[in-house]
Design a protein around this ligand. Structure first.
Ligand code: PGA
Length: 248
């Protein structure tokens, strides 16, 4: 059975002190349930956040990493560095990284493989732009991303990946995909995965929806059969809002 998984994505917000402040406040109101919870924070906050969440079961995620363990890659951070400080998850291929930092399906695929080999669970993002959706090509596009990003990954590793379907037109715009639109694409992604790995494996892979998820729409999105969780940007920055989503 797939367990619901709600992850916050803080993007480039908060200092380490503000992250700890959030954690202390969140711990006061959070009650563990069968929902998996994690926060993806900037690198400088991860160590402090991991310590602040100790014993709560709340996971900590990086928002990117390099595919090599070490090397002359100024400004990059590697999987062993993240693993050493206890990072549980890593977001890979967020649309903002694809759009502004030259992330491609090839680099996404390498990073996902490295994360898996290092014992860090990948949250792999995919999703189409408004232009692609208006042209009616969103399924073709997302299928291409999924096939390229999972290329060469065996089934026993594929089940450790969480796919986050995030239509770019819904990110930070307040314009959420309708539950039906989100469900349709998440079901389609599961079909594509079933085509690659078989139905049993595809049924084990968690698929999140992301894009303007907020307390007021979380539960109807989470009610959809193929939506197993949410990747939450803006609404994860305040403890009370994030908690409401976690308790959808
Ligand atoms: P949003 O961001 O919830 O602010 O739309 C989601 C994301 O980019 O992961």
């Amino acid at each position: 059975m797939r367990k619901p998984f709600i992850a916050g994505n803080w993007k480039m917000y908060k200092t380490a002190a503000q992250a700890v402040e959030f954690a202390e406040e969140f711990k006061k109101i959070y009650r563990p349930s069968d929902v998996r919870v994690a926060i993806a924070a900037p690198y400088t906050q991860l160590w402090a956040l991991k310590k602040a969440f100790e014993g709560t079961g709340i996971g900590v995620a990086a928002q990117n990493m390099h595919w090599e363990d070490q090397g002359a890659f100024t400004g990059e951070v590697s999987a062993p560095m993240l693993k050493e400080i206890g990072v549980d998850y890593v977001i890979i291929g967020h649309s903002e990284r694809r759009e502004y930092f030259g992330e491609t399906d090839d680099t996404v695929n390498r990073k996902v493989k490295k994360a898996l080999a290092s014992g860090i669970l990948p949250i792999l993002c995919c999703g189409e732009s408004l232009k692609i959706r208006e042209a009616g090509k969103e399924k073709l596009f997302v299928e291409g991303q999924i096939r390229a990003d999972f290329d060469g990954i065996p089934a026993e590793d594929a089940v450790k990946i969480t796919v986050a379907y995030e239509p770019i037109w819904a990110i930070g715009t307040g314009k959420t995909a309708t539950p039906a639109q989100a469900q349709e694409m998440c079901a389609f992604i599961r079909d594509v995965l079933a085509g690659i790995y078989g139905e049993d494996v595809s049924e084990e892979i968690a698929i999140q929806y992301g894009g303007s998820v907020k307390p007021s729409n979380a539960s109807e999105l989470m009610d959809q059969v193929d939506i197993d969780g949410a990747l939450v940007g803006g609404a994860s920055l305040k403890p009370a809002d994030f908690l409401e989503i976690v308790h959808f």
